[in-house]
Design a binder for this molecule. Structure first.
Ligand code: TRH
Length: 358
């Protein structure tokens, strides 16, 4: 059954908020639903999704509900605050005896234990224009008792049709070369990574624009002793659409990803990866990272790389990115992907949840 969805997305910083919301909206559209994506900052969509998506309308942040009222499902992503007049319209509709809309708070992704405990719990509203309504928590996650991960229905077919060697040839990367994609904030161990790759004439570093490119340029400028870099090929990439970003991850031998959405994409890529987790002021991200590494069943060298890359540990040497290490990380990544592929994807679980509660 085709439903009408209102998806609310406020951009805090970076691209994860809108990146996740866009993937969800586009996949809803692909499965025949109608989506209004309300956002206070759609600017990144010009490069992330220039093609748009069937069934998806991008709308500026509203002050009130549109004349035809809220849709069948309202999603506030990452606890963003829906405007009070829109909430009043939800309450009005619910007060008219309608079960709809179903109101869902889509949370951030984590592998921590609270996710299984809190997933699908109700949160009754006690005050404000929504008093008396119930909002439901929906937690993405890595285990069957969570809301799962976004995975498009056509992902497997797209991956099967992807010509990895042709992509590498187009980008001047020989089959046996080491291609490393870099999407990160300012990793404390970036200098160490560059120093390790610098003498390798077979290494290619594909640097995404923005903070990653700035961090690399800063590192090069502030470490004049690092003189061998001319051997390493560094490409500074323009921003690209999400499907093109995904293909880069499928084509590389090591993906250094960050935030939330690109981590999921690295998992689907099935290549070795390292996660630069979004840093939180109270260091809450340390426990979050360790929980993920436990779920991942990361081997010791991958745990150590993560600890240094994320600044949980200092004054130690990054594991060498040699063939044995990458083979071990590859086995780990493939096993993780296989576990995830046995589970339902986020949208399938969300649609089941909506059907159950409506
Ligand atoms: O940009 P991020 O660091 O986003 C973060 C996280 O989501 C974090 O959890 C959140 O709290 C914070 O934002 C506010 O990383 P993330 O999540 O990987 O999002 C990046 C998106 O950008 C992803 O959808 C991939 C996309 N992308 C492209 O489509 N093309 C590109 O060229 C690049 C570099 C990224």
């Amino acid at each position: 059954m085709s439903l009408r969805w209102d998806l609310f997305c406020q951009v805090i910083d970076n691209f994860g908020d809108i990146g996740v919301c866009w993937r969800l909206a586009a996949e809803l559209g692909a499965r025949g639903h109608q989506v209004r994506l309300w956002t206070d900052d759609a600017s990144a969509l010009t490069w992330m999704a220039p093609q748009g998506a069937a069934g998806v309308q991008v709308r500026p942040w509203p002050t009130e509900a549109p004349p035809d009222g809220p849709g069948d499902v309202v999603i506030e992503a990452f606890g963003c605050e829906i405007p009070p007049d829109f909430i009043a319209a939800i309450a009005h509709q619910a007060g008219a005896g309608d079960q709809k809309p179903l109101w869902i708070n889509l949370e951030y992704l984590s592998a921590e234990g609270y996710v299984e405990r809190c997933h699908a719990l109700p949160s009754p509203l006690m005050s404000g224009p929504g008093a008396g309504l119930t909002r439901w928590f929906f937690y993405p996650g890595f285990t069957p008792r969570t809301g799962g991960l976004l995975r498009e229905q056509d992902l497997a077919a797209r991956q099967a049709a992807f010509d990895r060697q042709a992509w590498r040839r187009r980008n001047g990367i020989a089959p046996g070369d080491l291609a490393v994609s870099l999407f990160c904030y300012e990793p404390p161990a970036l200098g160490q990574l560059l120093a390790q790759l610098a003498p390798r004439a077979d290494a290619h570093l594909l640097v995404t624009p923005g903070r990653a490119a700035q961090a690399v340029l800063h590192e090069i400028a502030t470490h004049p002793a690092w003189t061998e870099r001319e051997k390493l090929s560094i490409s500074y990439l323009p921003p690209c659409p999400q499907p093109t970003f995904d293909e880069m991850l499928w084509a590389c031998d090591l993906n250094l990803v960050r935030g939330e959405d690109s981590l999921v994409r690295a998992l689907w890529a099935g290549q070795p990866f390292v996660w630069h987790i979004y840093p939180q002021h109270d260091d809450a991200h340390h426990a979050k990272l360790l929980a993920f590494l436990d779920w991942l069943q990361a081997p010791a060298s991958l745990r150590r790389f993560h600890a240094l890359w994320n600044g949980l540990e200092a004054a130690s040497t990054l594991p060498l990115l040699d063939a044995d290490t990458l083979a071990e990380w590859s086995a780990c990544a493939l096993a993780a992907r296989a576990r995830l592929l046995e589970q339902a994807d986020l949208l399938t679980l969300l649609l089941g949840f909506v059907a159950e509660k409506s």
